[in-house]
Design a protein around this ligand. Structure first.
Ligand code: FES
Length: 148
């Protein structure tokens, strides 16, 4: 039993009991160990027949469907970059470095945290809730879990 009174089990063999955050389904899947996706990195995983990109942005994990809503490119293989913000002609600046993915086919840009297109939030790819589950004794042994 853990300190919270819940029994721990071996993540390699145990089925995962749902602990449902608000608004998510009860299906969750191990995507990677925390140590596999350091800050600034991403990993593409297959879950239930879906290709999903898992990103670590400054220690917080986010997951996007690896399909661009424009013409279906593998969005998560695109460059991770910053948002370009402008108040008018001759003015621009970069914000939110590492939070935007640019589709490799036609360069549409999406917010990794929400899945929404930067210039039109109604256009989006699916984003998934991600949690970190503790199974081992060290942080590196924790798992990044995707909620479908
Ligand atoms: S397929 Fe992604 S921008 Fe066209």
């Amino acid at each position: 039993m853990s300190a919270t009174g819940q029994q721990r089990s071996d993540p390699r063999t145990a089925s995962v009991e749902p602990r449902r955050p608000a608004g998510s389904s009860d299906k969750r899947f191990r995507a990677a160990r925390v140590s596999e996706i350091p800050p600034g990195a991403r990993k593409i995983v297959e879950v239930e027949g879906r290709s999903i990109g898992v990103y670590n942005i400054q220690g917080a994990f986010h997951a996007l469907r690896n399909v661009c809503p424009h013409q279906g490119a593998e969005l998560c293989k695109g460059l991770v970059t910053a948002a370009v913000v402008s108040s008018g002609p001759d003015d621009f600046r970069f914000e939110r470095e590492g939070e935007i993915v640019r589709c490799p086919w036609h360069q549409w840009e999406f917010d990794i945290k929400t899945g929404c297109m930067v210039v039109d939030g109604k256009v989006r790819t699916k984003s998934y809730e991600v949690t970190v589950e503790k199974f081992g004794v060290s942080v590196e042994e924790d798992y990044v879990m995707i909620h479908l």
